[in-house]
Write a protein that binds this ligand. Structure first.
Ligand SMILES: NC(=O)c1ccc[n+]([C@@H]2O[C@H](COP(=O)([O-])OP(=O)(O)OC[C@H]3O[C@@H](n4cnc5c(N)ncnc54)[C@H](OP(=O)(O)O)[C@@H]3O)[C@@H](O)[C@H]2O)c1
Length: 263
C-alpha cells in the first residue's frame, strides 16, 4: 500500500485540527502537511499539538500542490478558493472536500473539469480513531486508489462509502450529532458529583451507562418499545415533548436549509 507523503489542507480550522490530531495519535502522519489559512493564529493552535511535519504556506495555491488536498473551508468561500487553486492541482492529485452542500459535480465545474474528487463528512471522535466519516468517491477514482484512500481514512475510524445525496443527512446526524448530547452528558456528570460521587467514579458511571444504553437500544435485537419499558419511571417524561419539538424544529429547519443550498 502506498503511504501518502504530502497532504495539503486549505483552511486550518477545527476539522483540519481534528484530522491531524487523529493521524498523530495513530502515528500515521505523512512526511509533510502543507496548510494555508488566512489566520496565522489558527496554525499556532495546530503547532501547539506539536506536529513537526506541519508547514504553514502563504497561499492556497501552495497547499493545493500536495498529492492529497483537503478542502477544509466553509461553503461561502468555495468559489474564491476553487478559482485560486484550480491551476495548481496536479492531474494525479485527489481533492478531498469536507464541505457539505457542494456536490462533486459543482466542485468539478468550479475547478475547470478536475474530477478526482472525494467528499467526506468527518466527525469529532476521529481524533481518537473512533470517528464515523461517510465518504463518496467520484467515478474518476480507480478501485486501487479507493483502497489506498480507505487505508488512510481508517486511521480516523469507520469510513463507509455512501451515496452523495445522503452526505448532508450525515452532516446533521454524525457530524453535528455529538453537539446535541454532549452538554446533557456533562450536566449528568456534574449532577453525579453533586450527588456524592468523586469525578472518576462519576465519569465511569456515566460512560458505562451510555455505552450500555446504546448497545441495548440499537444492537440487542430488542424492539425500542421493549427497551423503553425496562425502566418504570421517567423523571423527565413531562419535558420529552418539548425536547422532541426542539429537535424537529431546529434540526428539521437546518436540514432543509442544507438541502436547499446543495448544488
Ligand atoms: N469541525 C467539524 O467537526 C466538521 C465536520 C465535518 C465537516 N466540516 C466542514 O469543514 C469545513 C471547515 O470547518 P471547520 O470546523 O474547520 O471550520 P473553522 O474552524 O471555522 O475553520 C475554517 C478555517 O478556514 C479558514 N478560511 C476562511 N477563508 C479561507 C480561505 N479563503 N482560504 C483558506 N482558509 C480560509 C478560516 O479562517 P477565518 O476564521 O479567518 O475565516 C478558518 O480558519 C466546513 O465546510 C465544515 O462544514 C467540519
Amino acid at each position: 500500500m502506498k503511504p501518502f507523503k504530502i497532504l495539503g489542507f486549505i483552511g486550518g480550522g477545527r476539522v483540519t485540527n481534528l484530522l491531524l490530531a487523529g493521524l498523530k495519535r495513530r502515528a500515521a502522519l505523512p512526511e509533510k502537511v502543507l496548510i494555508s489559512d488566512p489566520d496565522a493564529s489558527r496554525l499556532q493552535t495546530l503547532t501547539a499539538i506539536d506536529l513537526q511535519c506541519i508547514q504553514s504556506v502563504e497561499s492556497n495555491r501552495e497547499a493545493a500542490q500536495a498529492e492529497l488536498v483537503f478542502l477544509a473551508v466553509h461553503p461561502p468561500v468555495i468559489a474564491e478558493v476553487t478559482a485560486e487553486i484550480k491551476d495548481s492541482l496536479s492531474p494525479n492529485a485527489v481533492l478531498i472536500s469536507l464541505l457539505p452542500t457542494i456536490t462533486a459535480q459543482k466542485l468539478s465545474n468550479l475547478l475547470g473539469g478536475f474530477s478526482r474528487i472525494v467528499r467526506m463528512i468527518p466527525n469529532a471522535p476521529s481524533v481518537i480513531g473512533m470517528g464515523y466519516n461517510p465518504v463518496f468517491f467520484s467515478e474518476a477514482l480507480s478501485p486501487d486508489e479507493k483502497t489506498e484512500l480507505q487505508a488512510l481514512f481508517a486511521n480516523w475510524g469507520a469510513a463507509p462509502e455512501v451515496l452523495e445525496k445522503d452526505l448532508e443527512t450525515y452532516a446533521m446526524v454524525t457530524s453535528m450529532g455529538p453537539t446535541y448530547f454532549w452538554f446533557q452528558w456533562l450536566e449528568l456528570l456534574l449532577l453525579a458529583q453533586e450527588f456524592g460521587l468523586d469525578v472518576i467514579s462519576a465519569r465511569q458511571a456515566v460512560a458505562a451507562m451510555l455505552n450500555g444504553a446504546v448497545e441495548i437500544l440499537f444492537n440487542s435485537g430488542l424492539a425500542a418499545e421493549q427497551v423503553l419499558d425496562l425502566i418504570p419511571s421517567y423523571p423527565l417524561k413531562k419535558d420529552e415533548e418539548a425536547i422532541r419539538q426542539i429537535f424537529e424544529e431546529k434540526l428539521g429547519r437546518l436540514y432543509q436549509k442544507l438541502k436547499a443550498a446543495t448544488s
